[in-house]
Design a protein around this ligand. Structure first.
Ligand code: HEC
Length: 432
């Protein structure tokens, strides 16, 4: 495909590795200290660490991040806290972590009025961190980290990790945390609300050669899936888990994966599964359509059907079946994301994206394809009068076939009924 040659294969990981390790998030209140005076919660003192509790029914991604917090405390103090799930015994000094609605203890504390979750409940990626005295039977002090949703809880956990001195870049940049013998949390309540940008992430661009060779050296290579030639770098779940963790520690949530010679979903089935478990929303870059990697096509279908071309109707059954495969396999996060994006697109954008190749931007049908298919001029009032809303809706939904040839493909797989309705209204605005 031509667009492949437009990109320069030089600067692979620059974006990813450019920012270096700073252990305190910008503009964040610092609530962890190494001075005992007036401490609201003792996280570590000498060889004694508070225990960490999270409900076994919480998001697996939040439970995984709680394990990272445990490792982070050990990285800083060399003391490894206990990590438990028993709601009857969280520990006399406990970090109580949980997602509102999925955590026996967080929900109980909220019900009993010991924490106020009204500022985060139902919000996107929000959390609060609060110290409590005698909050529950058998618990003398607690540090509650309550999240509004999966990433809210994860961000709350990693906020504490960063505050105790673990850089989000500890692995990628070999940032060794400063050793501390005690960690205290100041008394109080710290709340982080919704981010002003909903999806925040990075893009592994031009990953061949630099990142590709680095991955081959660190994670190995494997035969090209689908019977293609040669080997591909192991952009596998071990590699992506490191990226997902970095993104979450940076409070990001979105990733476009390597695609130069790789296929995120096909190369390692655990990639997509783990993206969802970690809480990373996946998208695709460049010419890659609807979350499929072009390499999947090139490896197994190109020989038979030629270069990927979305306008080639002979290819479409295969393209659709590939897309169906990924819908089943691809992560919920990405579907949520694409639904979110589709909703945001207004009728003019949908028209530009889906319709102008034949109907032209102004509805005149004066494009090469429009002429080939005999598209009418929708600027013409008489033409408009011939089209009822009902017929237009049906044409967009089910497509138009004449003499067994598809003239306009159905859009029901691609557009929602609301979007089709908005396009029918848009077609009306084309009348001169
Ligand atoms: C591959 C070419 C092609 C594309 C892409 C295409 N159409 Fe069409 N469309 C046609 C042809 C051919 C007809 C039948 C001739 C005509 O009515 O202009 C048609 C007819 C229509 C009609 C009239 C139906 C009727 O009742 O007569 C509407 C409305 C319409 N298209 C809307 C759209 C919208 C909205 C999109 C984008 C979501 C779209 N088309 C994409 C080729 C296309």
């Amino acid at each position: 495909m031509n667009s492949r040659f437009l990109r320069r294969p030089a600067a692979a990981v620059a974006l990813l590795l450019a920012v270096s390790g700073r252990a305190q998030g910008l503009g964040q209140a610092s609530y962890v200290t190494t001075a005992a005076a007036g401490a609201g919660f003792v996280l570590v003192q000498g060889r004694d660490a508070a225990s960490i509790w999270i409900d076994a029914a919480d998001w697996p991604g939040a439970i995984r991040a709680a394990g990272d917090l445990r490792a982070d405390v050990a990285r800083v103090t060399t003391v490894t806290p206990a990590l438990g799930h028993d709601a009857a015994h969280p520990g006399t000094r406990a970090v109580i972590i949980g997602t509102v609605g999925r955590s026996a203890l967080v929900d109980r504390l909220a019900r009993e009025g010991k924490i106020d979750v009204s500022g985060i409940r139902g919000r996107w990626e929000s959390f609060l961190v609060q110290t409590l005295r005698d909050p529950l039977p058998g618990v003398s002090t607690a540090l509650v980290i309550a999240g509004s949703d999966k990433r809210g809880t994860i961000f709350g956990i990693y906020d504490l990790s960063e505050q105790i001195g673990v850089s989000p870049w500890y692995w990628w940049d070999d940032v060794t945390p400063e050793r501390k013998s005690a960690l205290y949390v100041k008394p109080g309540r710290y709340q982080q609300g919704e981010p002003s940008v909903k999806y925040r992430g990075i893009f592994l661009n031009d990953e061949k050669p630099n990142l590709d060779f680095w991955v081959r050296a660190k994670f190995g290579e494997h035969p090209t899936p689908g019977g293609g030639q040669g080997t591909v770098a192991n952009f596998n779940h071990l590699f992506y888990a490191r990226i997902f963790e970095l993104l979450l520690r940076l409070k990001a949530n979105y990733l476009w994966p390597a695609m130069w010679n790789n296929a995120f979903a096909e190369d390692d089935p655990d990639n997509a599964r783990l993206a969802d478990e970690y809480g990373i929303v996946m998208g695709t870059s460049h010419q890659e359509p609807m979350l499929r990697a072009q390499k999947e096509w090139d490896r197994s279908l190109q020989r038979k059907y030629g270069n990927w071309n979305y306008n080639n109707t002979n290819q479409q059954p295969n393209q659709i079946s590939m897309n169906k495969k990924i819908s089943a396999l691809m992560i919920i996060g990405s579907l949520v994301c694409s639904a979110g994006i589709a909703k945001a697109a207004d009728a003019a954008e949908l028209w530009t994206k889906n319709c102008v190749s034949c109907h032209a931007a102004d509805g005149s049908g004066s494009t090469t394809m429009g002429k080939k298919y005999g598209v009418k001029d929708y600027r013409d009032a008489k033409v408009q009068a011939d089209i009822t809303d009902e017929k237009a809706t049906q044409a967009i939904t089910d497509g138009i076939t004449e003499d067994g040839k598809t003239k306009m493909k159905p859009f029901k797989e691609k557009l929602t009924p609301e979007e089709i309705k908005s396009l029918v209204a848009y077609v009306r605005t084309l009348k001169k």
